[in-house]
Every structure is written in structure tokens, then in C-alpha cells.
Design a protein around this ligand. Structure first.
Ligand code: AHR
Length: 369
């Protein structure tokens, strides 16, 4: 016989058990439901990326110059989700090893295309072979790669860096001829770009060949790594080593900005009147407005343009590939040469004559970058 107290106790136990069971079932139901729905969500997002978008992995070499920033912006503006692209951007911070890691990650992510802006020319064979084995087309942009098998990349688009250098050297030759300056009076220092980069190799060759042919004295070739800080540091040291420098050939505008600071701080005068003791600065890019303003002030006497707006060009290549069209293996961009001096109005390199754009404020304002 169960007494009333025992009956109440048993009922309370049963109720507690029922409540605990109910709570456990609720927790299980919630967790099952949420894990199911989050898994479903992941799958959906992945499907959306691979099905709806063309996925492009872009290995940019770094952020060393104004040119590079403009180039990065151009790529980001070209490959937007609104246009059907998903751009995965990786900054290599000037290190080839970082770029190789980025390419391997793109391969694991099974991107549709890899775009590579290589820091230097050599050392890409292995990783490009891996991309080829994975069936992913690789488009090289800006600088070139030097590989044993050209089928390791689909195509390249960029500047003819040697032509840029030859144009600049021809401008100097024509200027000195017209100003009746003897070649033996010319004492040049070359602040080079990153050693092993196509932009350095081509521009250095353009000057070195011309110096040899024209009898100019090429006092020194030292890398400034395409940066303002290094350009300044190198110029400071060159001014201490040589007192007869009258031409500074900077392989980009950021180096020129640094070299100009160093020259002015050393109390020397910058300008094209080298016969009167000024130091003439020559440069490449013409991207930042400040560089173009310096041309008007004769702080940079001549700039050979290097065009950074490759985003739409790479996009056109991908569109061609998507449509089953084979793009040209190499696409060179047309570029200008700018000066505020009217001494040289045109110059001939090879069989081609190039007009020198005599820079004005209006021309600067009309430019797209
Ligand atoms: O490869 C292009 C060069 O790289 C640009 O001239 C320079 O500014 C950049 O760093």
C-alpha cells in the first residue's frame, strides 16, 4: 500500500523526468535543425560562387609604387560581382615565395582563371606546370615570365619595357644633339628597378645600349627597388660618390620623387639646363598627377609612359577565352612619351617615329589616371 506522501513524491519525480526529457528533445531538435540548415547554407554559397561567377585568382606582386596601386585598382574595378566575376586578390609583398603560395592556393580553390603579375621573370616553371596540370589557364600581366615551355601560360599583356628605355635614351640623344652638348659631357646614374623584373631588365638595357653607342658615361647602375625611400637613399649615396652627375635615369616615378628630394637636400639644382650645372631627372610611368606636375616644373624633364590600366585588357582576354577564342600570345600596350621641353618634338626608334607629347595643364587634366 502506497501512502499519500509516497504517491506525491513519485508524481513529482515523473514530472521532473518528463520536463528533463522534453528539454533534451528540444535541445537535440534545435541543434539538428541548425546544423542541417548551416550545412545547407554552406553548400548553397559554394554552389553560387562556382556556378554563378567566373572565379579569378589574382596574384599581385606588391604595392611598391603609384603605378602598382593604379594597376590593382584597375583589376578590382574590372572584376566585379555585378559583372559576373569573383576576384580573389592576393598581395605578394614583393616576394616570389608569397606569389607561388598564392597560386597553389588558387589551384586548391579550383578557380577558373589565374592572373599573375610576377615580381621577377624567372622561377615560375614548377608552379605554372601545377596550374597547367590542374587545367587552369594562367594569364600573365605587366612583367613577363621566363619559362622553358611557353605553353605553361595562356597569354601575356603589358608594356614593352625595352622600347620605353630606348625611347627615353633617344629623347636624351636628340636633346643633347639639338642643344649642342658633347656626348662626353653626359654623366649618367641609373637608379634601377627591382633586379630581375622585366621593367628593370628592359629599361636598363635601353639605356646601357644607348650609352655605349653614343659615348655617354654611365657612372653607376644601382637598384632603387621601384620605391621612393630606396630612390632617395641610393641618390644620396651616389651624390657622395660622384660630383659630375648631370643625368639621373630613374626606372620609375617613385624613385624619381626620392632622387629629387636627395638632390635638393644636397643643395644641387634640378632641371634640363645641364650645361649650366643642373641635374636632369628622367623617369618612367606618368601615373601620379604629382609626377606630371613635376614635368611642367622641369623637375622631371621627360617621362616615358607605362600604362597600368590592365584590368579591362585582362577581362577582354577572359571573355575571349570564355567564347572559345584564342587570344594573342603577347599583347603590347601603346604608350606615350611626355616632356614640357619643346626641344625634341619627335623621335625615331627602329622604324617607328613617336611624337613627344609636350605637356600642358590641360593634357594632365584630360588624362584618365
Ligand atoms: O612593372 C611595371 C613597373 O613596376 C612600373 O614602372 C613601376 O612603377 C612598378 O613598380
Amino acid at each position: 500500500m502506497i501512502d499519500k506522501e509516497e504517491l506525491l513524491r513519485r508524481t513529482a519525480v515523473k514530472k521532473s523526468f518528463a520536463i528533463v526529457m522534453f528539454l533534451i528533445l528540444c535541445i537535440l531538435a534545435i541543434s539538428c535543425d541548425s546544423s542541417f540548415s548551416s550545412k545547407e547554407e554552406t553548400v548553397n554559397v559554394e554552389d553560387e560562387i562556382s556556378d554563378e561567377y567566373i572565379v579569378v585568382g589574382f596574384s599581385q606582386l606588391g604595392a611598391e609604387s603609384d603605378w602598382r596601386s593604379a594597376n590593382t585598382e584597375s583589376m578590382k574595378a574590372a572584376f566585379t560581382t555585378a559583372d559576373g566575376y569573383k576576384l580573389i586578390f592576393e598581395d605578394g609583398q614583393q616576394k616570389q615565395t608569397n606569389q607561388i603560395t598564392a597560386i597553389r592556393t588558387f589551384i586548391q580553390q579550383e578557380v577558373d582563371y589565374i592572373v599573375l603579375a610576377p615580381v621577377t621573370e624567372t622561377g615560375w616553371d614548377t608552379v605554372l606546370q601545377e596550374a597547367k596540370d590542374a587545367g587552369i589557364p594562367v594569364i600573365i600581366v605587366d612583367r613577363m615570365v621566363d619559362v622553358s615551355d611557353e605553353s605553361l601560360f595562356t597569354c601575356w599583356v603589358g608594356s614593352d619595357f625595352e622600347l620605353e628605355g630606348r625611347k627615353m635614351a633617344e629623347w636624351l640623344k636628340q636633346y643633347t644633339l639639338k642643344e649642342k652638348i658633347d656626348p662626353s659631357f653626359i654623366h649618367i646614374v641609373n637608379i634601377q628597378g627591382t633586379i630581375g623584373a622585366s621593367a628593370q631588365i628592359g629599361r636598363t638595357k635601353g639605356l646601357a645600349d644607348a650609352a655605349r653607342e653614343n659615348g655617354w658615361s654611365l657612372l653607376a647602375e644601382v637598384t632603387g627597388d621601384f620605391t621612393q625611400a630606396k630612390g632617395k637613399e641610393v641618390m644620396e649615396s651616389l651624390l657622395k660618390q660622384y660630383d659630375d652627375i648631370n643625368v639621373v635615369y630613374c626606372e620609375n616615378d617613385n624613385e624619381a620623387f626620392g632622387a629629387i628630394e636627395a638632390i635638393e637636400e644636397a643643395g644641387r639644382k634640378i632641371g634640363s639646363d645641364i650645361a649650366s650645372g643642373e641635374i636632369m631627372v628622367l623617369s618612367f610611368d606618368g601615373v601620379k598627377k604629382e609626377a606630371m606636375e613635376y614635368v611642367l616644373q622641369d623637375k622631371i624633364t621627360c617621362i616615358a609612359e607605362c600604362n597600368p590600366l590592365h584590368g579591362p585588357r585582362v577581362k577582354a582576354i577572359i571573355e575571349a577565352l570564355e567564347a572559345g577564342v584564342t587570344p594573342d600570345k603577347y599583347s603590347y600596350v601603346d604608350e606615350e612619351i611626355y616632356s614640357a621641353s619643346e626641344v625634341v618634338s619627335s623621335l625615331k626608334v627602329g622604324e617607328t617615329t613617336y611624337d613627344v607629347i609636350i605637356l600642358t595643364h590641360d593634357i594632365i587634366d584630360q588624362r584618365s589616371y
